[in-house]
Structures are given as structure tokens and as C-alpha cells.
Write a protein that binds this ligand. Structure first.
Ligand SMILES: Cc1ncc(COP(=O)(O)O)c(C=O)c1O
Length: 350
């Protein structure tokens, strides 16, 4: 389905005259245009921290575009991927009128961001094997359903959604389809990022928080058609990505060998923890994982969760989510931490 992006934008966003920041006009010269502090930062740093950062972060966007095999016009950078989630809802959904669609169990921020913006949430749950019900999603979507949020690999279930189902929905959904790929680098499934060249309604979210090990710098990526990216740039806060973040992210690209090594190490540990968990009698199921965490079903999950916490080990109780009764989610830690977790769990269960 060919979607007219301008047509599904909120009217006030379509007509918005964006803020023009000082750095949009000039980057060099005697810069007396932005009310910065000319005496400089009190903290020594070669990045000229007394000056505002680039509003568009083009150097970093080009680096990321090259890495993901898209054009830099396809890249938006945000304060984590939580920023583009909120921004997309604000761009496309009229408060009090429009809705988003989610497929529970899934990442909680889609609903929270919708609630903050007074946008309704429609739900079409995943099947018991945590796959999409594409036909039901198509049936439930209406003219007011502006965004469909899919998450692959999905949090908290850890599995990839089937690519064929996602493709079907990109083609049939009458609005924006977001595919959140926060965990994609831990999966063997191909990213859908390159498909943004073909589909103007597709937005792929990625993040530096997981495979890059940089949750602390708060850098998220939205990959989409230049038309959607242009609107996102127009709506975001002028200097959303700061200099320290951009500089650290650029340096990370010099460490790709280490990043890839760490991904493989986490996958290896994940497979080990999954195997060990599956030997425990109380563990009813360990769900296959393509992420850096595991979901498992265990007898009396809430009690186990509390007992682990008493031992200083914090996991996530997910038993209230659909099809996740008695489920816990555990992040893969360092090898020693994983063994400590497994030993403690064994002790609690004995
Ligand atoms: C599926 C998913 N998307 C997005 C995020 C948020 O990532 P970021 O740190 O980039 O805001 C998370 C964080 O846990 C996540 O699980």
C-alpha cells in the first residue's frame, strides 16, 4: 500500500515552521550568535563544550548510515530510541482521537508514550509462540490507527518475529510501521533497515544501548524514508544529541572488532545459561532467545523473583504479561555473574 506521509501527519506538524538554531546557519567565524559563554567551559575538554552541538550531527549520521548500508538522509538520531518512539507518536497521532497498535507482550514504552500523549492503544496479542497475528492486525487497524509498533527480536519474549509477517504488514498497514530492532545484533535475522529505501511508511529503530554497550550515552537511531526523517528533524529539540554522546559514538566505530567479539561472547553465555536453566526441574520452559536476555517459565515465579532479590540478584518478573504466566526475564551478565545467578537459583529451588 502506497502511503502518503503528508496526509497522515497531524495538521499542526505538517504546517510547522521549525525553530532555526544558530548552528543551522553558521558553524565557524566569530560566533556571537547563540548566547553561549565565551569564557569557556569550567571543565577542560577538547570538544569546546561551551558551544552548542551540531543540531543535525551529520558526521555521525554518515558513519551510521555507512554501517547500516543506507543513506545519511535515512538516519535520525535521538536521546535513546525512546525519543523517536515519543516523537513518532507526537507527529502522527492526534491526542484524544488517534491510536497506536501494539502486540503484547512487548516493550512497555510504546504504551507509556501513547498514554503521555493521550493517544489510545489498540492491542492484538502475539500468539502463544510469540508470533504476529497479521490478519487480525489488518482487521483491527482503522483510519485512526496511525502507528503499528513491532519489536524484533521482541522484548520480553526474546524471539525474532517472522520476516514474512512483518513484510505483509508493511505492505498492508494503512499507517506507519515501526520495527524496533534494539536487539538485532544478537540475532541471526537480517535487519529490515535497508527496506526503508523501498517503503516510505517503515521506521526501523536501533540503539547504542545494547550491542554497542553504551546505554549511558543515550543514543538511539531511527532509520526511515527521507520524508519521515525530515519531519522528525523538524519536530525534535534543536540540540538533542550532545557533543559527549556524539564523540563517544564516533569513537565506538573504531572498536568494531571488540563490539563484535562481545556480541559473540554474550550469545555464547546466553546459550550456556539457557542450557543450564533447562536442567532445573522447576523450570518449565526456556524460550529460544535471539537477544541478550532470556525469558523462562518457572514454578512460583513471583516467589523465586523475590527470593533472588533477597540474595541481591535482580531479574524482571514478567508474569503479568499475556502468555507469560510465571515468566522471569534475566539479562545475560558477565560469565561469573551468570554462574552466580545459576548457583543461587539452584539453592533457592532446592
Ligand atoms: C525493545 C526496546 N526498544 C527500545 C529500548 C530503549 O532503548 P534506548 O536505551 O535506546 O532508549 C529498549 C530498552 O530496553 C528496548 O528493550
Amino acid at each position: 500500500m502506497e502511503i502518503d506521509i503528508q496526509n497522515i501527519l497531524r495538521k499542526n506538524i505538517r504546517n510547522l515552521t521549525p525553530y532555526r538554531s544558530a548552528r543551522d546557519d553558521y558553524n565557524e567565524g566569530l560566533l556571537l550568535d547563540a548566547n553561549e559563554n565565551s569564557l569557556g567551559s569550567p571543565v577542560r575538554n577538547p570538544l569546546n563544550l561551551h558551544r552548542y552541538p551540531s543540531p543535525t550531527q551529520d558526521i555521525l549520521r554518515k558513519k551510521i548510515a555507512h554501517w547500516r548500508n543506507v543513506d545519511y538522509e535515512n538516519i535520525f538520531l535521538g536521546v535513546g530510541s525512546d525519543e523517536p518512539i515519543d516523537l513518532l507518536i507526537r507527529m502522527f497521532c492526534e491526542p484524544g482521537k488517534d491510536s497506536i497498535m501494539i502486540t503484547p507482550p512487548t516493550y512497555g514504552m510504546y504504551r507509556v508514550a501513547a498514554n503521555i500523549n493521550d493517544v489510545k492503544v489498540k492491542e492484538v496479542p502475539l500468539t502463544s509462540s510469540f508470533q504476529l497475528q497479521a490478519d487480525k492486525i489488518e482487521e483491527a487497524a482503522g483510519a485512526d490507527t496511525k502507528i503499528l509498533f513491532l519489536c524484533s527480536p521482541n522484548n520480553p519474549t526474546a524471539n525474532d518475529l517472522k520476516r514474512v509477517d512483518m513484510l505483509k504488514l508493511i505492505n498492508s498497514f494503512p499507517g506507519i510501521v515501526v520495527i524496533d530492532e534494539a536487539y538485532i545484533d544478537f540475532s541471526r535475522q537480517e535487519s529490515t533497515a535497508e527496506l526503508v529505501q523501498q517503503y516510505s511508511n517503515l521506521v526501523v529503530l536501533q540503539t547504542f544501548s545494547k550491542s554497542f554497550g553504551l546505554a549511558g550515552i543515550r543514543l538511539g537511531i531511527a532509520i526511515a524514508s527521507p520524508e519521515v526523517i525530515q519531519v522528525m528533524l523538524k519536530v525534535k529539540a534543536p540540540y538533542n544529541v550532545n557533543k559527549l554522546t556524539a564523540d563517544t559514538a564516533l569513537k565506538a566505530f573504531d572498536q568494531m572488532t571488540l563490539i563484535k567479539f562481545n556480541i559473540e561472547k554474550i550469545i555464547e553465555e546466553r546459550n550456556y545459561v539457557a542450557e543450564q536453566l533447562s536442567y532445573a526441574e522447576s523450570v518449565e520452559h526456556v524460550y529460544p532467545s535471539n537477544a541478550n536476555f532470556l525469558l523462562f517459565k518457572i514454578k512460583d515465579a513471583l516467589t523465586v523473583y523475590q527470593k533472588l532479590a533477597q540474595e541481591g540478584i535482580i531479574v524482571r518478573y514478567r508474569g503479568n504479561e499475556p502468555n507469560c504466566e510465571n515468566c522471569l526475564r534475566v539479562t545475560i551478565g558477565l560469565p561469573d555473574e551468570n554462574r552466580h545467578f545459576l548457583r543461587t537459583l539452584k539453592k533457592i529451588l532446592s
